[in-house]
Write a protein that binds this ligand. Sequence first.
Ligand code: SF4
Ligand code: SF4
Length: 217
Amino acid sequence: MTIHQNGHFNFDCQLCGECCTGAMRVQLNLYDLYKMAKHLKLSSTHSLFQKGLVQLVEKDQRYWIPIIKFKKWTIPYCPFLVNSMDEQEVLHGICSLHPKDKPLICSMAPLGRIIDFQNQSVEYCVTAPLEDCPGMGKKRENNIQEILDFHEAELNYQFVYYQMLDSLPNWKASKEMYLGEIYSFTTVPSFDEVFTSIKNNLIHLTNQKSTPNNALQ
Ligand code: SF4
Ligand code: SF4
């Protein structure tokens, strides 16, 4: 359900870890890749792909986006999920990237943002990560504006990244091209420096290759 930016919802994560398993798809943005690589002390985001932690999947038959590559066991599970047992012998699922290096989509959940560039609209929705998520409806009140303010910088990075993907005219490039030109970058400089360089690189490539007869393959 969509919810007004000034609204609130009741939710309190019970740390069961269930939403970090199964068919869940954790979509990442460029800043998520940067944070995850830094967390693992990797000097390039390319290593996240090499280590099999992240993979690219095609979105809307238009471009490639990174998602966390779940490990396969009896059920698939996120490689960043760590299980622990409390004194009452209740099993908990903790995110090893929590709190500051967690992907934005996980940090915001169950609050989501729907951006429609065509109609220039932004809406917010509250969606249970799982049908029977035990945190939904729990007493703790969450103020949407406070969540948005807290994540403001990351939400801006994410918006510009989506805008960048959306503005690629007829740019149907290969997975390898996306991996090399957009998703593999150094984590040594600040993210702002890295982001500016990716944007400039992409503008340059798009200008060179955007005509239909010359589209990147
Ligand atoms: S399923 Fe719900 S309660 Fe359990 S970890 Fe996910 S968000 Fe938290
Ligand atoms: S990154 Fe953390 S919160 Fe997100 S799915 Fe993986 S373990 Fe769960």
